[in-house]
Design a binder for this molecule. Structure first.
Ligand SMILES: [Zn+2]
Length: 461
């Protein structure tokens, strides 16, 4: 037994293993040696060969037998990078090899000592000696590298294709074809921990290193389309604009079950998105649920925030009654859960064209896609122990005492839900909030007249 020679032959087996790896097979390689000469080589190939028996050892033994013209391989030695399985050990014994030398041990299937030891069984074996652990580290490395690369490739693939979860729906891209004034390419993320594989869409325009980042958050039943008039104003000012679609809305995935939605979860997703995109010098732009959720974000990372643009929204602290307008809305949604969103938009915004109204319906080709619009109205915290109420109370304290940024408040005066009265109340809770910009003709979806608001923001920040 010459261990230096063993290592040399094992190197040749390793070459075969590497060839297997580059063919996409689990990298195991083997050589058969007789009288100090390699007479046959083999590498693992079950995938390409559609052959469960195409192990490196079998391939090498078959070739050796062909070369010698004899099914008995007397005087031969087999070098293999991985401890042989039961099948290959059986073949070795049938072939009457003198010696088997292997590299790495195989704790799950090894039949030379790891799981069983067929070579110790005197009823089966009278002549084959076994040596393990030759170049074990190299042999293990080649396997581990292969599996690591495979895992990395799978992760990349998942990241690129964002496979759809079984319990969610994805609005077909064709539903969004040709929307008026919404030219921005989609950006997706699905690997935030809170998303658990759901694909979230966001608009991301303007320079990544812009002086400010406008983070625009929509509410129910809208999506980032609502910001199409404000985004260009922010971008033209040299700022980055990020406008996500909440899960269940817009181009983001839509869980089938209403119970998937909760205040805390949506907030967590937004916080993780903010961290992932590493948004800095944020001007938070919120309305409706964009504010219910968004106004609870800055206290979690105050150093990231520089400004606030707040429109027709509230902090749902659960310790004050919800507005009569909101209660009426919630009742309407409960009675008519699949209400016509395009008609809602047309009613509140007479200046909108029919294609613009239809664009608000685009994310929801059928009722199955509407779980979020059904889940959100009852999700508004309406008592102190409701999910999100405590967070909203903490946020109120933050805005009252700790907010150091500038604020622009704008109010759509025609909004029956979260109009002048609600916004007056909210203004009291925001430190240094100046006199609001009154939008006399605007309703709840005040962003539809948002150009002047965006300009006021650009002039302020
Ligand atoms: Zn095998």
């Amino acid at each position: 037994m010459n261990s230096e020679l063993d290592q040399r032959f094992m190197q040749l087996a390793l070459e075969q293993a590497r060839l297997a790896a580059s063919a996409g097979e689990v990298p195991v390689g083997a050589v058969v040696v007789k009288d100090g000469q390699v007479i046959a080589v083999g590498r693992n190939a079950p995938v390409a060969a559609h052959d469960p028996t195409a192990h490196a050892e079998i391939a090498a033994l078959r070739q050796a037998a062909q070369v010698l013209g004899n099914y008995r391989l007397d005087g031969c030695e087999l070098f293999v990078t991985l401890e042989p399985c039961a099948m290959c050990s059986g073949a070795v014994l049938h072939a009457r090899l003198d010696r088997v030398v292997y590299g790495a041990t195989e704790p799950r299937t090894g039949a030379a000592g790891s799981v069983v030891n067929l070579f110790e069984n005197t009823q089966l074996n009278h002549q084959t000696r076994v040596v393990g652990g030759v170049l074990a580290q190299e042999c293990t490395d080649v396997l581990q590298q292969f599996f690591q690369q495979k895992r990395d490739a799978q992760a990349l693939e998942r990241k690129a294709t964002h496979p759809l979860r079984d319990d969610a729906l994805r609005t077909p891209e064709t539903c969004f074809a040709g929307l008026p004034d919404y030219p921005w390419p989609p950006h997706y993320v699905s690997d935030l921990p809170a998303l658990q594989g759901l694909r979230m869409h966001y608009v991301d325009v303007g320079p990544q290193d812009g002086s400010l980042t406008y983070l625009c958050l929509h509410g129910n039943p809208a999506w980032s389309y609502l910001y199409r008039k404000m985004i260009p104003v922010f971008a033209q000012a040299g700022c980055r604009v990020v406008a996500p679609d909440l899960i269940g809305f817009g181009k983001s995935d839509k869980p089938k079950r209403e119970s998937a939605h909760s205040f805390t979860w949506h907030r967590e997703v937004l916080l993780q998105l903010m961290e992932r995109l590493d948004l800095q010098r944020i001007v938070l732009v919120v309305q409706d649920w964009g504010g219910l959720l968004g106004l609870t974000l800055p206290m979690a990372a105050p150093q990231r925030f520089a400004g606030l643009v707040v429109m027709n929204t509230a902090l749902a602290t659960g310790d004050a009654p919800l507005s009569p307008g909101f209660l009426a809305w919630r009742e309407m949604c409960a009675k008519n859960p699949d209400f016509d969103i395009a008609r809602l938009m047309a009613r509140g915004n007479p200046q909108l064209s029919p294609p613009e109204c239809a664009a608000y319906m685009a994310p929801f080709p059928d009722k199955g896609h509407r779980a979020a619009t059904r889940a959100f109205p009852p999700m508004v915290p309406d008592h102190p122990r409701a999910d999100g109420a405590a967070l909203s109370q903490q946020a109120r304290h933050f805005w009252q005492h700790d907010w150091r940024g500038k604020t622009v408040m704008a109010v759509g005066m025609q909004d029956p839900l979260l109009g002048w009265d609600s916004m007056q109340a909210l203004r009291q809770t925001i430190r240094n909030c100046p006199e609001p910009l009154q939008m006399p003709d605007a309703g709840h979806f005040v962003q539809e007249q948002g150009v002047s608001i965006a300009r006021a923001a650009v002039a302020t920040f």
